[in-house]
Structure formats: structure tokens, C-alpha cells
Design a protein around this ligand. Structure first.
Ligand SMILES: C[S@@+](CC[C@H](N)C(=O)[O-])C[C@H]1O[C@@H](n2cnc3c(N)ncnc32)[C@H](O)[C@@H]1O
Length: 217
């Protein structure tokens, strides 16, 4: 059983994943309606998929973790779908976990016939990076906004829209979600002091949401 299988229920019930301006924006950028076919990659608790289905879109979910109960269990780096089989491919707050972001992007672009919508947390400092890895060893690397632009354009996409959001995380809940406790948790709080609230009960991080389109060339 993977770390994600064990955490699945916590991500299904996490308020920072289940709602937010960022989620509203991701849904809007996917332009969901009846007749639109959308793939939600690394669906986690399925929050994007739920909202897209509410709007009438046909949604397929996939995730590397069986415990997340996706429609298809598969890593983003190997998507078992034909070229161009979805109108939109979306992935929210997951790319920083991918072992090979280039391969995952390549696959997401291949199976989309038009649009890619990606949200992820932004890299800000080595302290934040160290804290994220200590709190969750599956955290691989997040990118800056500039790096996101570069990887998407290098992958052959045209960036259509770019939005930025912040999220506030209750420290206790956020650390418990990945079973981070004791001295590790104390160190994480220290490393994130510059992003923490005055009373130290929460901290905030930044997110980018990008809508990119396959080039017509
Ligand atoms: C933070 S959760 C995703 C949140 C979810 N998209 C949402 O909007 O609430 C990260 C997810 O990425 C999945 N994951 C991690 N590495 C993956 C990979 N290489 N391919 C596919 N899914 C992966 C995990 O199993 C987990 O469900």
C-alpha cells in the first residue's frame, strides 16, 4: 500500500482541496458542459471531477493510487488513452509529486486534443522546499511561475491564461494529513516561519493556475 492509499480519506475530506477560489477557477477554465470530455489526472479526492460532472461534462479520473478510487489507476507518466481522446486534460495540485514532470506533461498533451489546465503550488524558497519534503517525502519539486511558462511552451503549448492564488493551511491539520509529527513537525514549522500567521497556527502558500492550448501549427 502506498503512502497515498493510506492518506486517501484525509484528502477526500480536506477543505483546502474540496473548495477554494483556485478550484472555482480550474473548473471555469475547463469550460465544462454536456458533450465535453475531460480527463482529471491525479484526481486525489476527486474534487475537480465532482465539480466538472456537476456541470454536465463527461469526466474520467486517473491517479497512481488505488486508494483514491479513480476510474483508472495509472501514473501520469503513462496514460493508457489514445491520442487526442479528451477535449480537456486537467491536473490540480499534483504535478509537484510527479517523478518525471516532462513525461507526465507529454502524456497529458498527447491525450488532449485541445486544452490543458494545470494548477500547482509555486516554488518560493529552499526553506519552503525543505519543509515540504520533510512534511511529505512524496513532494518532489514545485516550479516557479517562470519555470511553468518555460516547460509548457517547450512542450509545444500556447499559454492562454494564468491566474494566481494563495491558500492558508491550519498547521495541525496540514501536518496530520501526512502523519508528520514530533521533531520533524517542529522543524517544518521553523522552516515556514516567514510564511506563518502571527500566532503560528497557520501558514500560506502560493499557487498558479494555467490554461494552455495545443498549438495549431
Ligand atoms: C494533493 S493530491 C491531488 C489533489 C486533487 N487533484 C484535488 O484537486 O484535490 C495528489 C495526488 O497525486 C497522486 N499522484 C502522485 N504521484 C502521481 C503520479 N506520478 N501519477 C499520478 N498520480 C500521482 C497521488 O496519488 C494523489 O492522489
Amino acid at each position: 500500500m502506498s503512502a497515498w492509499d493510506e492518506r486517501a480519506e484525509r484528502y477526500r475530506t480536506s477543505q483546502t482541496h474540496a473548495e477554494g477560489d483556485d478550484l472555482d477557477a480550474v473548473v471555469e477554465l475547463c469550460n465544462p458542459h454536456a458533450g465535453v470530455k475531460i480527463l482529471d489526472v491525479a484526481t486525489g479526492g476527486g474534487h475537480v471531477a465532482r465539480r466538472l460532472r456537476d456541470e454536465g461534462a463527461e469526466v474520467v479520473t486517473c491517479d497512481a493510487s488505488r486508494g483514491m478510487q479513480p476510474d483508472v489507476v495509472t501514473p501520469a507518466e503513462h496514460l493508457p488513452f489514445a491520442d487526442g481522446s479528451f477535449d480537456v486534460v486537467v491536473s490540480r495540485i499534483a504535478a509537484h509529486h510527479f517523478d518525471d514532470l516532462g513525461a507526465a506533461l507529454g502524456e497529458m498533451i498527447r491525450v488532449s486534443n485541445r486544452v490543458l489546465v494545470v494548477e500547482d503550488m509555486l516554488y518560493r524558497s529552499e526553506e519552503e522546499h525543505e519543509a515540504e519534503k520533510l512534511r511529505d517525502p512524496t513532494h518532489n519539486r514545485s516550479l516557479t511561475a517562470e519555470e511553468w511558462r518555460d516547460v509548457l511552451v517547450e512542450a509545444g503549448l500556447e499559454i492562454e491564461q494564468e491566474l494566481f492564488f494563495s491558500k492558508e493551511h491550519d498547521f495541525d491539520e496540514w501536518l496530520a494529513r501526512t502523519d508528520c509529527a514530533g521533531p520533524d513537525a517542529e522543524r517544518v514549522r521553523e522552516l515556514l516561519a516567514q510564511y506563518s500567521s502571527d500566532d503560528g497556527s497557520s501558514w500560506s502558500n502560493d499557487y498558479i493556475v494555467v490554461k494552455a492550448r495545443k498549438s495549431q501549427r
